[in-house]
Unconditional design. Sequence first.
Length: 222
Amino acid sequence: MKIQPLNIIFFKNQTSTPKRKSISFGEIPIYQINLKQKNKDGQYSFIPACFSKINNKDKEDIVLMEKIGNYWSRKPRETSYGITVSNNFLWAACDNNFYIIEKSDKSKNTYRKTTCIMETTPVDSEDKSMFRIFLLQSHPEIARKQHPKIKGSGELALYGGVKEAKEHGFESVQLLSANNSFYEHMGFTTMEKYRQNWYELPSSEFDKFLERIEKKYGMKKE
């Protein structure tokens, strides 16, 4: 089956919540994206998904993250960072932003179709020098397998983070991680003045990064 590229849909600056299909709890979709899913023949094809924002003051989203924390903790060795993000979200005093990648399927169990969760700097921060990604974790069934059924969750979470940083006027996206090969492959460079595992993507590279991901995952701008 030939998959048509999806246009990226930008939902901000609207006075009402956009109409959502097969999205439960209180999450708000920001960008329509594509993930890759393995077919029966072992090949990967594009499937629709959303990069969505969740709110730790929203009762429905609190339930969602509690479910994700419980569901992902069944294999705690592989999901320690996922549990950390969930716990940070449930900490009422936390002002950071939280996002999820979720498949756009018919299931109403958002916690089951969530493929990645991410914690970042608040987009309304007055300090625009750095949009920091504190934690990013894929679903345990994705993170612990060499050839998972779903591909692209981490890359597309970064994609959404970079788009948010660009939209809100940040000078760079930065993060601390020991997953060197992944971030180097994504075009992030080490900041030696801090430490070896501190990575940065400056604003001058935002467009190039976004265009590369859009091309890789069959997305295009109108």
